[in-house]
Design a protein. Sequence first.
Length: 119
Amino acid sequence: MHVAATNPLSLSTDDLDPEAVEREKAIFTEQALASGKPAGVVEKMVEGRIRKFFEEVVLLKQAFVMNPDQTVEQLIAELAKETGSPVTMTGFVRFGLGDGVEKKVDDFAAEVAQLSGQA
């Protein structure tokens, strides 16, 4: 239910596409430099924004939908403590309405003519 609601890009920060992270860093750096802050401050700003980016797109770092005061990672740790055995999330799959459905780009009129034997 959480994955359906939040649409994470990856399970952990290690699984996140490095190109996406670099692209976000470049955008955040450009925005911070445009504000006219010193280089040291810009670096800290980018670091904070990347951390916030991870909290939005990484499943284990996201706030749990049913209890926003707790991350998914904390929920799993709590579950492991309650059960007395290790609990590990190894992956997830998200299905969306229409995913995997390929749309034809053929000419509909030509297709109808072909099916009716008029082509």
